[in-house]
Design a protein around this ligand. Structure first.
Ligand code: GCO
Ligand code: MG
Length: 402
């Protein structure tokens, strides 16, 4: 089998997605997600101008060699644009190979290690009462794990809280909006949120919370300590992770489990965090982390240190990445949990998929390959629209983490 051609489908069915389609001379094709929220066209151009010409005529079964060719062969390494482009190729090749063997992708990754993939949902509200209500609604839908976020009194708008009753979607068309942030107000508020959620929902529910990189290490240590009575499944991205040592400070003060890595694009971003056992869950994602080939190595390394996976799964990761994560999560031994932020009905229509939700678990389905397709005619009706994530400023105007 040979790669005959490849092209990109850039579309915006409610939000932007960049999808790579690789075609072979035997009629089998594979899909890969190349979406990098807010910087989509940089990856599209990297693939079209620099990567696709190198793929034509290659054997699509040589997944490892093609990965090395694109990573080592470019000389310039890492970075979200490069690694998302490599991931798109890698996932499309795994899809082709599994389709060629007429088997679901998880069988090429070691086979089933469990019956389903435990997922967590997003609950949010503008205040504690709304947030508790939203957690309860997700429990009623069957979720066994729920992330709780709430508006903070005295902070006009913040990460994770929907505007005007709509489902939360961080990307906004037009130029970046600005929101306000106060760590002091947030720190005084969050323990009250979790006290209310725990007492309303009981001890069995897994509760998660995303700090979204906004605290200093010692502030995060305080939060972790104050949340201990509420037994969180994890506290996510407590502080920016460029400096791994920051996590040592947090770890020295609290037993609240820690998850990080959604902005990582290389195993090397996570290396110190894992080998020092400063985190409990690795949140890298297949699309931004260089694909299945790269993440399999990262997950195997993490397994040695009892660090489990908890892959990023927000709406900016297309159904192609979601399916890849589900096959991956079903197969590896040290799977922890998978984020599940459902796409809009229109996105689901553009990307017909086999994965299904049942009683707290997602299952990738038993069809060959990833089990996801793209309706190119429908996608063409929704052209790309420039969009950005918001930026945040402290009350005195200083730019800070959103
Ligand atoms: C999460 C993430 C997202 C990101 C978004 C950025 O935990 O799901 O933090 O909400 O902000 O994916 O593109
Ligand atoms: Mg997050």
């Amino acid at each position: 089998m040979k790669i005959k051609g490849a092209y990109l489908i850039v579309c915006s069915p409610d939000r932007n997605f960049v999808t790579l389609k690789i075609e072979t001379d035997e009629g089998i094709y594979g899909l890969g997600d190349a979406t990098l929220n807010g910087r989509e066209l940089a990856v599209a151009s990297y693939l079209t101008e620099h990567v696709i010409p190198c793929l034509i005529g290659r054997d699509p079964f040589q997944v490892e060699d093609i990965w090395q060719y694109l990573y080592r062969g470019a000389y310039w390494r890492r970075g979200p644009v490069t690694m998302s482009a490599i991931a798109a190729v890698d996932v499309a090749l795994w899809d082709i190979k599994a389709k060629a063997f007429n088997t679901p992708l998880y069988n090429l990754l070691g086979g089933k290690s469990r019956e389903g993939v435990l997922v967590y949902a997003h609950a949010n509200g503008t205040d504690i009462a709304e947030a508790v209500d939203s957690v309860q609604k997700h429990v009623d839908l069957g979720y066994l794990a729920v992330r709780a976020q709430s508006g903070v009194p005295g902070v006009a708008s913040s990460y994770g809280v929907p505007k005007g009753g709509k489902p939360y979607e961080p990307a906004e068309r037009g130029l970046p909006s600005e929101s306000l942030w106060s760590s002091e107000r947030y720190l005084n508020f969050v323990p009250k949120l979790f006290q209310a959620v725990r007492s309303a929902c009981g001890e069995d529910l897994h509760l998660l919370h995303d700090v979204h990189h906004r605290l200093t290490p010692i502030e995060a240590a305080r939060l972790g300590k104050e949340l201990e009575p509420f037994h969180l499944f994890w506290m996510e991205d407590p502080t920016p992770a460029e400096n791994s040592d920051a996590f040592r400070v947090i770890r020295e003060h609290t037993t609240t489990p820690i998850a990080t890595g959604e902005v990582f694009n290389s195993f090397w971003d996570a290396h110190d965090l894992i080998r020092n056992q400063w985190i409990d869950y690795l949140r890298m994602t297949i699309v931004h982390g260089g694909g299945i080939t790269a993440l399999k190595k990262a997950a195997d390394f993490a397994a040695i240190y009892q660090v489990r996976t908890g892959f990023h799964g927000a709406t900016d990761l297309s159904p192609v990445t979601m399916a890849a994560a589900l096959h991956f999560g079903l197969a590896i031994h040290n799977f922890g949990i998978q984020e599940h932020m459902p796409h809009t009905a229109l996105t689901d229509e553009v990307f017909p998929h086999q994965y299904t939700f049942n009683a707290g678990y997602l299952h990738p389905g038993e069809g060959p390959g990833l089990g996801v397709d793209i309706d190119e005619k429908l996608a063409a009706k929704y052209p790309y629209q420039r969009a950005y994530l918001p930026v945040a400023r402290k009350i005195d105007g200083t730019l800070t983490e959103w």
